[in-house]
Each structure stands twice: as C-alpha cells, then as structure tokens.
Design a protein around this ligand. Sequence first.
Ligand code: ZN
Ligand code: FE
Length: 747
Amino acid sequence: MKTINIHIKGLVQGVGFRPFIYRIAARNGITGWVDNRNDGVYICAQGDVEKIEAFVQSIKKEAPLASKIVSMNISDVDAENFTEFTIVKSKNTSDAITDVSPDIAVCPDCLADMKVQKNRINYPFINCTNCGPRFTIIKDLPYDREKTTMLPFVMCDDCRKEYTDILDRRFHAQPVACEVCGPSYILHDNKSEITDFKSILNHTANLFNEGKIVAIKGIGGYFIACDASNEHAVNRLRKNKIRESKPFAVMFRNIEKVKEYTFVSQTEQEQISSWQRPIILLKKKKDFAQSVCLGFNTIGCMLPYMPVHYLLFEKLRTDAIVLTSGNISDEPIVIDDKTAREKLGKICDAVLSYNREIYNRTDDSVVFAVNDKPRLIRRSRGFVPGPFTFNFSVDGIIATGAELVNCFCVGKDHQAIMSQHIGDLKNMETLEFFSESLERFKKLFRVEPKVMVCDLHPDYLSTRYAKETGLKIIEVQHHHAHIASCMAEHGLDEKVIGVAMDGTGLGDDGNIWGAEFMVCDYENYQRKTHFEYIPMPGGDKAAKESWRMGVSFLYKAYGQDFLKKDIPFVKQLDHEKTALLLQAIDKKINCPLSSSAGRLFDAVSAIINLCTHADFHAEAPMRLEAIIEPGVKEKYNYEVADDISFIKTIKEIVADLEKKIPIGIISAKFHNTIITVIIETAEKIRKESGINKICLSGGTFQNRYLLENVEKELNKLHFEVYSNEQVPSNDGGIALGQMVVGKNSIY
Ligand code: ZN
Ligand code: FE
C-alpha cells in the first residue's frame, strides 16, 4: 500500500478534470480525494504500488481534450486509510492561481444529447465538462458557478442531479442548464419580441432565407450575419456597416462545404475543426456572393461552434453565412444587450439575443497556416487566457502592448497571460475596454503590479496608460519587442538574428522604423541594418493614403521628372495635392523618415495603380499579395550600402510598367526581391556574428508568400528558423515580447 500527493498545474479547471480523475481512480481501485484550488488540482491517491503507477500514467495519457498539464509534482505521504475516492469542494487557499480555460466549442456528445435528452431537445445552451463557455462568463477564481454569469440561473433538480453525480458527463460543469432552468433566447425585430425558441429559429431562418441581416449574440460578443450567397444581402450589410471592401468571414454548414468552396490542407482541416474553432484563412476555390471577399483570393472560414449555429443551419437554405463582428467601425464588439438593440438594431433587421451576460468580451480568433504550421493572427476566443510559461518569474510585470492592434499581457509567477484582442486604442470605447480588461486580469489572476512595460512611443495610449500608473516604467523598442515575442514563445533566451518586417514603430533615433535587421537577446538589441529611410509625407496619414508613399519613392528616384512618366498612377494624380506633397517633402513638414517595410509595400501597390487609398488597415499590401502571378522567379535589383535601398527596384518597376508588363508579374518580382534581400542580409549577419538562430516577426510576415518563401530559403541554408505561431506577428503579439524584455531589464 502506498499513498501519494499529486499537485497538477496547468489548464485543469473547467475542463472536466476532477470527474476525469475520479473515473480513473475508480477504474484503478484508488482511494483518496481530489481537490480544486486556485493554483491547480491536488490529488491524494492511495493503493497498491502498481495501481498507483497505472493511475499516474492514466492522468498523463488520457487527460481531457481541452486540458493541459504543465507540471505534475508527486510526493510520498503518510496518510490514514481511505475507504473511497471523493471530490472535495473547491476552496480559495491562496493568491496562487491555475489556468482559466478558454471557451470551448460545443462537443459531439452534447450535439447528440441535444436530439434526445429530456428538457434539452434543441436546447441551445447545452454543455458539459468538455465544452461550453468558460472565460467569457468567468468573473473570479476558483472556477465555480457562483463566480460566473450563470449565477442568476438556479439549477433545477434534474440539472443539479447531473451536476452532483460524479459519474455524469456534467459533473461540476458550471454552465450546466436545461430549458427548465437555464438561459433562453429572445428575438427582437422592429415590430415584436419572440421568446418561444422554436418560433425564434423558424423566424430567424426565414430572415436569412429572405436575405435579411441579423445580429446574433455569440459566446464573446455580438456578430452580424446574413446569407453569404445572397449578393444583395451582403452588399446591404457592407453599406449598413460602412465597410466598403474588407473581406467578410464566413461560417460554413460543415467541413464538406468548406472543401467545396476552398482548398483545405490536413493542417487547416485540423485547425478549423479544433475545439477552439477559429476563423482560418483559406484559398478560395469558388465564390458565393462576389461581394463577400471583393477581389481577394483568400477567405476567412469557420465552422459552427455554438448549438444555435447548428440548429440554424438545419433550417437554412444556404450553406454559408457571413458572420462578422457586431461593432460600429472601430469600436469593440458589442456585448451588452441594450447596446445591441440600440446600435446594431439600426443596421440589422433583427437582433437574436439571450439572457446570460457576457462578462469577458472575445472576438473570433484568426489563424492562417504557412509551411504547414498554423499561426494565430488574432488571438481571442478559444485561446485566451491560455498562459505562456517561462523558466523565470515575470510576477507583477504588466506589458501594455502597442496601440493599433492592442493586446496586453500580465505576469503571474512564471506565467505571462496575454489578453484577448483589444483593438485600436485611439477609439475611446476600445480604450475603455483596454483599461477595464486590464483591471479584470489583475483581479482574476491575482496580479500585484510592480513594473509597467510599454512601447518606446510616448504618444501610444498604451504607453500613456502605463506612465499614469506611477509605477516603475520600462520602455521597449517596438521591433525588439516583435522579435522578443517570437523568442519568448519558442523559449529562446539567447542571442538571435532578428528580422522585423513591419508597419511602423518608433526607433531609438527618433525615426519611424519598420524593416529592421538586428542581433538581439531578451536584454538588448543591436540594429545591424535596415531599409533606407524615406520621407513619409503626412505621417500616419501615409499608411491610409498609399499614394503618398508612391509619390515619395518616385520623387526620391527621379526628382520632379517622375511627373513626366507615362504610367497610370502618375497620370491619375491630383496635381494640386501632389504639388503640396512635394513641397512638404522638400521643406520636411510633417514628413518623418521611415524605414518601414509596410510603407514600401504601400508604395509599390500605389505605383502599379492597384491601391492608392486603403479602406482598411494594410489593404494596399494585401492587394499586392493577392495579385502575385504564381511561378514567376525573376526579381529586381536593389542596392546595399549602410542601409538597403530600393530606388533601383522602383525604377525597374516603372520601366516594367512602361513596357506594359502585367502587374501580377511585377508584384511577384517585387516580392521575390524582398525575399532575396532578407536572405542575403541574414547570411551576412550570420557570417559576422556566428549566430544561426533567426527570428522572423512583424506584421508584414502576415504576407503568406513572403513568410512561406523566406522560411523555405532560410531552411535551405540551414538556418534555425523561428516565427510567431502562438501570438500574432503583428502588434497583437508585442506585449509578450515587452514582457520578457521588461523582465530582463529589471533584474
Ligand atoms: Zn458537451
Ligand atoms: Fe509592429
């Protein structure tokens, strides 16, 4: 006979871990107890030596799908004789914490139950210990029903029986509910309110079938939906939402339909079907309504993840619906029912809502797969608040992230916990969402802030927020943070070559950086080289109005003579505006110098007259990527001195335009040029420094062609190549990098 204590840390709460332990204890003839505490699950197990061994092995091998064991400490103890195995009621023992589960898509068992189970036939809030909302409804730890927005729903006797029956799939499933006691849907249209769920489903399905627009309350916020095959409906949605050209994400009925419309690799299929159910960017095979993705060859696809999605598709004629964030322009997605009726009610024909509060807002996460590796480009529902664990403490450090695509990060013990996607802080509502979420993270994860880490840019609202706390401040250069985010997720606490291809970030010389080659570790960076500085007329405005960068590059290349060039871009220029722009460049008025890769891509997109004004963030580079002619191997020339100049490249592009070379070929040649520059520069730095590990980060690496080929070429040259997978390579990942750099500058 032997007795051991096991302390398991990781994602072990809210994922059916204790019932799982109970079941394998029963199977292996183990007695003792299991207990849920803030800092993980504690088990006391008693039994024969072999049985104990088998029990421990089962924990490791059979743990529930959504759980994640980070550490398992086992110690021998002397103990009384137990006669049975029991689950001890949760207690709040310390300020230590364990992981909070992200939200989990409804599981196949629950979908099956939904067709047969008493009080749960077509009941859209069905869930179990393996599925259902988690992070979005949790207010505090430990994860118990009273600490969630399920609090107002008092369990009926049937639900309570399942909740307390240790062998039931719903044992301690905190959101357990049925139609007798649980939340319910309500449909508001302009005229009436419908509360009978069967009528709601029929009515909503009719609205879709008639081409109407419906706001639907999701897991982490409201979404706006319509039939993706109805051109008129999609166009109306674009108009109502004032979203001219940004592609919409689409939810398909099932994986077969995804495959009918898009190309899906094995990795992509695994991602789209995973319990996180992210949006995944897939290459289009055929269109539904043309206005869904307007000229782009990829489409954001997802599968149903809430019971109501499945129930709706049973009634819909279409195989795909547009499902886009329920917000007005740059505001965060709506989570509050009243706001939904007021704001979204105006642009939708009906609002489908339910009476359980969403506490933590999460948007859909977005993934794309390159070189067969999935990479998050928006990290939210299904992933947050999954932590990053280090072998050093980051306790009490808060990193406030960047500004445009903000996520923040809090440090607790050895874990960094990234927030959900917050958005553009320049929007007032988004800034409120930022500070509210930061307060909630501090409370939920018991973080006692000691140090604030922020971007070097003094005007970022995230920087100002950090400084207003009055705590110790550490400023981290934007691109160092990008590279460090990649190092951190791969555990690279050493010197690496960093290649940041990015939009903009403030450099330590006061210029705007954005194509940086560095050698760095967590502590420091050394800028080795960069793209040539070019005036960015109008500052931030240049990112939206790509024609400004087009003119700036052409002016640098040809002087005034560029105006004589016989190319469509020059011919369509507004003479007055252009003259003013050139004056501003000459007199250096609001023309910061920039080495940004993003701005170079903007310039090329403008010069080939593809995108001169961006309707949404990064539209110009995205369109440039979308038109790449496959199979083109040629590239342009460029010049290397102290920095890397593309003036020659621009001249060759203009020459190609004059020769009427198709812009798809020009785009391919331009991309190939950038790839070559990165490879050659990396080689040079490797030779100099003897470093073989290379980290790629920055928003420009969301360009599939670029990332795919840079990785392939670097691999061929036997570099050890790392890129962002778990956090976005865009500014949404920066806070993780700030966290590790901040930590290493303190101690
Ligand atoms: Zn379930
Ligand atoms: Fe950036």
